[in-house]
Ligand binder design. Structure first.
Ligand SMILES: Nc1nc2c(ncn2[C@@H]2O[C@H](COP(=O)(O)OP(=O)(O)OP(=O)(O)O)[C@@H](O)[C@H]2O)c(=O)[nH]1
Ligand SMILES: [Mg+2]
Length: 324
């Protein structure tokens, strides 16, 4: 979603690019004296307008946080300090306006006077004043550039039926996403391996129409109150809250995940309370190690037991499903 954002450069690089552009400017005039003067004016114009439009584009092209879908707003809130980002956008906007004001005044003075020395002095003055304004917002530009890097890493979420896999750490959520789709989230023996949201897809062909289902792997959750949740866990809660049409809640009755089944069941009741209006499919993992007597679907990513049945259940989810 944010892959094509224009790059915000730091203060030095922003200035350097506008200078490089202005160095390329050439003016033709048969009269050598006119040519010299016109060249100073044209180079100054090129530098100033390029710098001003660059600053303007940094602010204008930055996605407006309020207009983003709520899941992305949450992610921004979790991963970026929104207040600092807003302040930085304000500061860079100030720099854009200030440069614009300085140059519009100085530009008139340059046009009115044809003395070469005066023009050269004015050029130096304009370069000096504009670069000093840009340098004043160098920290803010850096913060915006960092925020952009984080935004570019955000997962692409589409408006299609969405199944969110949730559960305790280490129960096999990422293994299941790997089993169901082509996505390759990291799988490891220790808890809290997954620190981000991962998205995979499965498709269903119905006559000439291909329906896509989005499967989302989330970081593991412990049974604790929302306020104790760290930033990684909050991403999982946000995916459940804003994206899930259906939740697949994984239980690991073998407890090889390192957590008691009772604690996992407590989390399940919490999730049921939090998301009353979302369908929850409870699925038991690691059936190759242990199978309970319960009526829950049992799967194993090692032996693939139950995987095609689970896939069928997912593909039978109503594709016109609206989020409740
Ligand atoms: N025997 C067996 N082991 C499994 C199965 N599924 C996952 N595992 C193992 O369980 C461990 C954790 O698997 P992951 O898929 O990383 O678990 P996770 O829930 O994504 O873990 P976090 O990202 O830390 O929350 C790994 O060592 C897997 O190989 C299974 O069906 N059977
Ligand atoms: Mg994982």
């Amino acid at each position: 979603m944010f892959r094509n954002l224009p790059l915000v450069l730091d203060a030095q690089e922003t200035i350097k690019r506008s200078l490089a552009k202005s160095h390329k400017v050439q003016v033709t005039d048969r009269n050598a004296d006119f040519k010299r003067k016109k060249t100073v004016i044209a180079k100054t114009e090129s530098f100033a307008t390029s710098l001003i439009s660059t600053l303007e584009s940094y602010v204008k092209k930055f996605p407006s946080i309020e207009n983003l879908p709520p899941f992305y707003q949450d992610l921004i809130d979790i991963k970026i300090d929104v207040n600092s980002l807003k302040k930085s956008l304000g500061a860079v906007n100030w720099a854009y306006k200030t440069c614009n004001n300085i140059y519009s005044k100085q530009r008139k003075a340059m046009r009115k006077n044809s003395n070469y020395d005066f023009l050269q002095n004015k050029q130096q003055e304009i370069y000096g004043r504009l670069t000093s304004v840009v340098k004043q917002v160098s920290n803010e530009l850096e913060l915006m550039a960092n925020a952009q890097m984080i935004l570019k890493e955000f997962p692409d979420i589409n408006d299609v039926p969405t199944i969110v896999i949730a559960g305790y750490p280490n129960v096999g959520k990422s293994s299941l996403l790997r089993c169901l789709s082509a996505a390759k989230p990291e799988v490891a023996q220790y808890p809290f391996t997954t620190k981000e949201i991962y998205v995979g897809h499965i498709k269903k062909q119905e006559r000439y129409i291909t329906h896509t289902y989005q499967i989302i792997d989330t970081p593991g959750l412990l049974d604790q109150s929302f306020f104790e949740r760290n930033k990684i866990e909050r991403q999982a809660i946000s995916a459940l809250k804003h994206l899930a049409n259906v939740i697949i809640f994984l239980l690991d009755p073998s407890e090889t995940c390192g957590y008691k089944l009772d604690d996992q069941l407590n989390l399940l009741s919490e999730i049921k309370k939090m998301f009353k209006f979302v369908d929850i499919m409870v699925v038991e993992t690691k059936s190759d190690i242990l199978k309970t007597e319960s009526s829950n679907l049992k799967i194993s990513c090692k032996t693939e037991e139950g995987i095609s049945e689970l896939k069928e259940k997912i593909l039978s989810i109503d594709v016109g499903l609206e989020r409740s």
